[in-house]
Design a protein around this ligand. Structure first.
Ligand code: CDP
Ligand code: CDP
Length: 210
């Protein structure tokens, strides 16, 4: 039972993936945190995000990063993560960790950008979660403010658009809906509705396979 949840920034994929994991009793991995951990390592030790060599070397530091470190969630770190995740060498260095997690019994839920396309192309169920850039910017700004971090809606929207552009146009594992993924547009949904819709899509997929 492997569930792949992909989508752009602040689409709700992380919250939905966590809820699916709880509902189906499976462990969950937020793969964006791996890329953010590489980014934070570089940010702290002054690595140059323009250098693939330095980014690949920073992948060795991932295990040392505390996953609850609030700095991981900052926009600076997210922006560096989006840059270094374009490198094939970085993606390759983080792939095994994700595949190992995905292959455990009784299954797993992973969320990211390329779970259904690259990390787990044979997943039982695949969701592609999205929402308009404006809605996602509003969510991300609210989230940052709630964490006590500064957030200006226009700046957040510019950042979201830049990140979408980089994530969808890179050569290595670009953000794209897998051919066999179910689309879930959460633009007009409250989070509870989005979670209920996601559970229904996965249950329908399981029923179709049974
Ligand atoms: O939470 P948000 O969607 O803003 O970002 P994230 O999921 O934490 O991912 C941070 C960055 O890592 C994204 O902009 C992606 O470029 C990259 N990423 C990726 O390339 N592949 C993944 N499976 C997950 C994240
Ligand atoms: O993981 P990703 O960056 O895609 O998004 P997230 O962290 O799950 O969601 C970003 C924020 O938007 C969270 O505070 C969610 O509660 C909120 N959200 C929402 O208000 N309505 C939705 N339908 C989806 C997410």
């Amino acid at each position: 039972m492997l569930i792949a949840v992909d989508g752009p920034a602040a689409s709700g994929k992380g919250t939905i993936a966590r809820a699916l994991a709880k509902h189906f009793g499976l462990p969950h991995m937020d793969t964006g945190m791996l890329y953010r951990s590489v980014a934070l390592t570089m940010f702290r030790f002054g690595g140059d995000p323009a250098s693939e060599f330095e980014a690949v070397r920073a992948c060795e530091g991932v295990a040392q990063i505390d996953p609850t470190d609030p700095e991981l969630r900052s926009e600076v770190v997210g922006s560096i993560a989006s840059r270094i995740s374009t490198y094939a060498g970085v993606r390759a260095a983080l792939l095994e960790r994700q595949r190992n997690f995905a292959s455990q019994a009784p299954g797993a839920v992973l969320d990211g950008r390329d779970i259904g396309t690259v990390v787990a192309p044979n997943a039982t169920a695949k969701l592609f979660v999205t929402a308009s850039p404006e809605v996602r910017a509003r969510r991300r700004a609210a989230e940052l403010l709630a964490r006590g971090m500064p957030a200006h809606l226009e700046d957040v929207l510019i950042d979201i658009r830049a990140r979408d552009d980089r994530d969808t146009h890179r050569d290595a594992a670009p953000l794209v809906q897998a051919a066999d993924a179910d689309l879930l547009d959460t633009s007009d949904m409250e989070i509870d509705e989005a979670i209920a819709a996601a559970i229904e899509l996965v249950e329908r997929k399981i029923a179709a396979l049974a």
